[in-house]
Design a protein around this ligand. Structure first.
Ligand code: PMV
Length: 307
């Protein structure tokens, strides 16, 4: 049996503006992972999504099925037959539609497992490019940040259309990730920002530039281990996301809870209007902030170290 894994992810700063060519920073979340296992079978290739209670015969699934599409692209890239005698079982501890990149993580684990089964290395750039094709089915016009951070498995500095720059922070830092309990409709929020940008391009370009400036400042803050500054920049990013109209009362209430419990900064993460918020905390304050968020009604709370 061959198996492969991939982490979840959160966007630290720069979501939405990243769709318009501005930089963003994303980090992997190893507390939630997707796994793919390949076993021999006698009857063609079957993909089994255990958590969804669904399965597909690869030979019958269309290219609008994201997992079937990436399996097919991986097999083609490896020069393997299109319907090998394998059962590939997929499992994930990453909540679906939560902004943690569950779809990209499942696709990444799947591609890696197929490469491993073929006895081949799976270079992150190649895995990322294959997984991007499935992101297009989930999200319409994705920037590519999710597949990139998950395939590289490291914090990344990301600008659409440029090679990503993975980096290691000189000192680790701690994030509390809390889910609002409300699904984040990324496709809808991305389309809403696009419509607003088309209606008032100058105003939105200025907001995207402001996001770019603080993402750039955040890179310096991470390099210097200046966590108070990074927290402040996250707060400023949240204010700009509110101006882009992708926040929500529930997100803002929980962001206030995190700040009130001692977070250095907090903001929504990902598409917004639901999904996750992230809070930067001193490691010693992580449990206090996490408990406050749980008490405040967050559906799930996860603490992760970015290293
Ligand atoms: O909702 P998520 O975590 O997949 O993030 C979406 C990020 C956006 O910047 C809003 C869209 C994109 O494609 O980058």
């Amino acid at each position: 049996m061959i198996s492969a894994t991939a982490p979840g992810k959160v966007i630290l700063l720069g979501e939405h503006a990243v769709v318009y060519g501005r930089p963003a920073i994303a980090v992997p979340v190893w507390q939630a992972v997707a796994t793919a296992e390949v076993a021999a079978s006698g009857a063609g290739c079957t993909l089994v999504a255990r958590d969804l209670g669904q399965q597909w015969r690869l030979a019958e699934a269309g290219d609008d099925q994201p997992l079937a599409l990436v399996a097919r692209l991986a097999l083609t890239a490896l020069g393997l037959p299109p319907d090998p005698d394998w059962t590939i079982t997929l499992h994930s501890t990453i909540p679906i539609a939560s902004g943690l990149g569950s779809g990209a993580a499942l696709s990444t684990a799947l591609v890696r497992a197929i490469f491993a089964r073929a006895g081949r290395d799976a270079p992150p750039a190649q895995v990322s490019a294959i997984v991007y094709e499935s992101e297009r089915i989930y999200h319409g016009t994705p920037s590519g940040i999710d597949n990139t951070v998950i395939a590289y498995g490291a914090p990344i500095w990301f600008v659409k259309g440029q090679p990503p720059a993975p980096f290691r922070p000189p000192q680790p830092f701690t994030l509390v990730i809390a889910h609002t309990g409300i699904a984040s409709p990324t496709k809808t929020t991305v389309a809403a920002v696009r419509a607003a940008w088309q209606a008032a391009p100058a105003r939105y370009e200025a907001r995207f530039d402001a996001v770019a400036a603080l993402v750039t400042a955040a890179r310096g803050a991470i390099q210097r281990g200046d966590w108070p500054l990074l927290g402040m920049l996250m707060d400023e990013n949240q204010a700009l996301l509110e101006q882009l109209d992708v926040s929500s009362p529930v997100l803002e209430r929980l962001i206030d809870v995190a700040r009130g419990a001692g977070a250095l900064g907090a903001k929504l993460s990902g598409g917004g209007r639901g999904g996750n918020l992230i809070a930067l905390v001193q490691t010693a304050a992580a449990e206090t902030v996490a408990a406050a968020l749980r008490a405040g009604g967050a559906a799930t709370v996860l603490v992760t170290t970015v290293a």
